[in-house]
Design a protein around this ligand. Structure first.
Ligand code: SAH
Length: 389
């Protein structure tokens, strides 16, 4: 097996099980390592520290799959997948749903692999060359362990370009229906795995949907960046008087309408196709429960500044227009913006608008998107619940 050697003093994070090695930490390496090939990672003195896959093209040159002498073979991968599945099936935090994220990349010690399960139909995302090389083995293990109805691949992550790979979308196993019906806490949602965004549905908002349901009684709800209406359905079933879903995608809004109908929501429901930033500038808001869940405004480190302006702009409009005592559930799924920075941007917006508000809750991603204790970068979804003065 080929080897890479770390620079002096760069072993410590590996010994402490951080799975990333940046290219700048590498002192020397064997020749002709293929993209995605598994290598032995060694200290400068030649001591083996762990196994991971290498790609010369990416800033993270190695992603470690095992530490110490544990070989990365099919049995080991099977053990990792089994452990990830057990964590979900055995979790008391994950009851009353037939759908969840089964494998969350570094959060489940499988960097570069995401697998979502929607009512026994799996959707797989391979983000790295390393995972790409192991894909057949991984698929065989998933079929053997889970006996799914189908597996569909949606490998379109922006990270693939960096890895030197094209986007891929295809049926891998069985037949995935055009629309899957999934169930979550007495709600049901249609998921279009082929044409929907990401893998089709935002499983990571499950706990926040329940929160909205608890807060929605008699509320006038504005669901900004609604996608297929997850929060609108939750609000309606929680007793909202009215919901308005706003999104730039007419396909998403069409699905939101179907989702409202299939849940027999009696609430009056509006659907507005608009750019949220323009929508907010166009007039007063009379809703008293507002959900703000934009796409990741900072997709890269380089876009942090413009993303900050975006988050601030959204909250300025909210601070300037929402009625007294409104509740605002606001989310950021940008990996590069942490909770403290997110709170700071909200603070700046309210300070500029001269509006008072209190933070009455702070939340993170749900248990099927686990944050690895060894890799805090796996934390990405931040939510703040505000009450306006
Ligand atoms: N809240 C949703 C997920 C939101 S994903 C849920 O719980 O399911 C982000 C959504 O924002 C996508 O549906 C996308 O179409 C929409 N979007 C992105 N930019 C937008 C913009 N500027 N104005 C309106 N919608 C936008």
């Amino acid at each position: 097996m080929k080897k890479i050697y770390l620079k002096q003093n760069k072993e410590k994070p590996v010994i402490r099980r951080h799975p990333w090695i940046f290219s700048g930490a590498i002192q020397k390496k064997d020749r002709d390592i293929a993209p995605g090939e598994i290598v032995s990672v060694c200290g400068i003195n030649g001591m083996h520290l762990g196994y991971g896959y290498y790609n010369a093209k990416t800033p993270i040159a190695v992603r470690l799959l095992s530490f110490g002498n544990q070989k990365v073979d099919a049995d080991y991968l099977r053990g990792l997948i089994h452990a990830a599945v057990e964590k979900r099936t055995g979790s008391l935090l994950l009851q009353n749903t037939d759908s969840c994220r089964l494998i969350f990349s570094e959060g489940d010690y499988l960097p570069g692999l995401i697998v979502d399960s929607y009512a026994r139909h799996l959707v797989m995302q391979s983000v790295t060359r390393g995972i790409e090389r192991m894909k057949n083995t991984l698929v065989t293990i998933l079929i053997d362990l889970l006996r799914p109805e189908s597996i569909y691949e949606r490998s379109e992550h922006e990270g693939r370009a960096l890895e030197g790979m094209k986007p891929v979308q295809k049926q891998i196993y069985g037949t995935t229906p055009a629309e899957i019906v999934m169930h979550e806490n007495d709600m049901s949602f249609l998921v279009n795995v082929r044409e929907g965004q990401k893998t089709g549905f935002y499983l990571d908002q499950r706990d926040n949907r329940q929160l909205v349901r608890r807060l929605a009684r008699d509320a006038d709800v504005l669901n900004l960046f609604s996608y297929t209406g997850g929060f609108s359905v939750a609000a309606a079933l929680g007793g909202a008087r009215k919901t308005v879903s706003v999104d730039a995608s007419s396909d998403a809004l069409e699905m939101a309408r179907k989702n409202m109908d299939r849940n027999h929501a009696k609430t009056s429901a509006g659907f507005i196709k608009a750019d949220v930033f323009e929508f907010l500038r166009s007039g007063r808001i009379d809703s008293n429960l507002v959900i703000i869940d934009p796409p990741a405004l900072a997709k890269t480190r380089a876009s942090i500044q413009s993303a900050c302006r975006g988050y601030k702009d959204l909250h300025l409009q909210i601070a300037a227009t929402c009625p007294k005592n409104s509740l605002i559930l606001t989310c950021s799924c940008s990996r590069f913006i942490n909770m403290d920075l997110f709170q700071m941007l909200i603070f700046e917006a309210f300070a500029d608008a001269g509006r008072g508000a209190s933070i009455i809750g702070k939340y993170y991603q749900p248990c099927d998107h686990p944050t690895s204790i060894f890799c805090p970068e796996t934390e990405y979804l931040k939510t703040i619940l505000l009450r306006l003065d």
